[in-house]
Every structure is written in C-alpha cells, then in structure tokens.
Design a protein around this ligand. Structure first.
Ligand code: FDM
Ligand code: MG
Length: 217
C-alpha cells in the first residue's frame, strides 16, 4: 500500500463468532465484550439473525416453526437481514467502534448448504457485505455440543443436521479464521480469544482498509 496514509484507515475491527449451536458462541462473545469494555475499547455486541427488524421477525417465526418458507426464500431473508445492517456496520467501524458479532455470513452459507442448496448459490447474496477481520470458530464436535444441556426447540437444533453443518463450515475456512478448541474450559477459551482479539483490534486501529466478502483463500 504505497502512498496511502494509513492513519486515515484507522477503524474498529469486525470480529465474528461462528460454530455449531451450543458451541459457546453466545457466552464467549458476552465475556469478550465485557473484557474489552473494561479495557476502555469502544465495542458493541451484535448478532445475526437480528430479530428486532421486520425481516428478523420473519426469520424468527420461521425458526420457531410458526411459519413455513421455501429454503431459498429463507436463505435470502437471512442475507437481507445482514444487508439491512451493512451501512450502520461500516459507519460504526469507521468511527472506531469494534463489533463482536455472534454469527454472520458463514452461518448463512453453512446452514443453507446443509439443506442441500448449492454452496456457490448460497454465497452469492453475501458478496459485498463487509469481510470480517477475524472469525473465531468455536470447534466442538456435534455429539459433544448435543450433550450440552440439550438443544432448544428451534429448527436446525438436531444432531444429524448439525453434523452436516459442521462439514460445510469446514469448507468455508479462510485465512481470517482461527479455530479455537471449544472443549477447553470456559476460562481457557476466554484466554485464547483475548489474545487473538487484542492483536486484531491493534492492527485495525493502526489502519486497515475495509474489504468485502469473500476473501481469497
Ligand atoms: N442461521 C443463522 C442460518 O440458518 N442462517 C444465517 O444466516 C444465520 C445468521 O439460525 F440455527 C441459523 C443458525 C441457527 C439459527 O441462530 C438461529 P441463533 O444463534 O441460535 O439465534
Ligand atoms: Mg440457536
């Protein structure tokens, strides 16, 4: 990057948690956000689906089995739910706020592909969304995840389906991914995440361009 004033590219980091249901994403992302806040880092916790919007409410009803939707239709709604937040996401990052996001496009592609949709078809609507700076994949074997206090009653929360999702997740790995052993103790995982995240936030703060999905492998 010659002739670029890197300081003008100073921004917050986009950090994404991915993993199977019951892999610990939600509790680890909450712990991480409080840790960063205590350190005085400007940060917000986000999650997808964002069930607060009109699109999010349609997704929520589908997940609760209160409505039926064609597989491609629900796939595009999940994607639309990220698109409707893209402008806000970019302005937060540019203003220096880091975002810790529970699920993103990788969930979108892994879950829909696991239903039998073509993986490239699933990726297409995600192209142009902001590429994460760091993807923290909490790696827990599907059988172990299923043992953890059981699944809820939402669609997709079934062992056989989660096994397929795991296979598709493994096809989506790229250089922004860090695979973290989700079977370690809560504190052990937390420690690893803190190290990875601090480095990523530093790099973005020093100046890093915003890029779009999908990153090259
Ligand atoms: N999910 C989530 C998808 O199928 N596609 C997506 O794009 C996203 C973001 O929705 F089973 C699935 C994954 C999960 C369900 O997620 C709801 P939470 O994290 O349990 O709320
Ligand atoms: Mg769930």
């Amino acid at each position: 990057m010659e002739n670029v004033d890197r300081s003008s590219l100073s921004r917050g980091a986009l950090i994404v948690f991915e993993g199977l249901d019951r892999s610990g994403k939600t509790s680890q992302s909450a712990r991480l956000v409080s840790f960063l806040k205590e350190k005085g880092v400007p940060v917000e916790a986000w999650r997808f689906p964002d069930r607060s919007t009109r699109v999010g409410q349609m997704i929520s009803a589908y997940l609760a089995n209160e409505s039926q939707l064609d597989d491609r239709t629900i796939h595009l709604l999940f994607s639309a739910n990220r698109w409707e937040k893209r402008v806000q996401m970019e302005s937060k990052l540019r203003s220096g706020t880091s975002l810790v996001v529970d699920r993103y496009s990788y969930s979108g592609v892994a879950f829909s592909s696991a239903k039998g949709l073509d993986i490239d078809w699933c990726k297409a609507p995600e192209v142009g969304l902001i590429a994460p700076d760091l993807v923290l994949f909490l790696d827990v074997p599907p059988e172990r995840a299923a043992e953890r206090g059981g699944y809820g009653t939402e669609r997709y929360e079934q062992l056989e389906f989660q096994k397929k999702v795991a296979q598709y997740y493994s096809m989506l790995r790229d250089p922004t991914w860090e695979i973290v052993d989700g079977c370690l103790t809560v504190e052990g995982i937390e420690e690893k995440l803190r190290g990875l995240v601090s480095e990523c936030i530093d790099t973005c703060q020093k100046g890093k361009p915003v890029t779009n999905l999908w990153p090259s492998k």
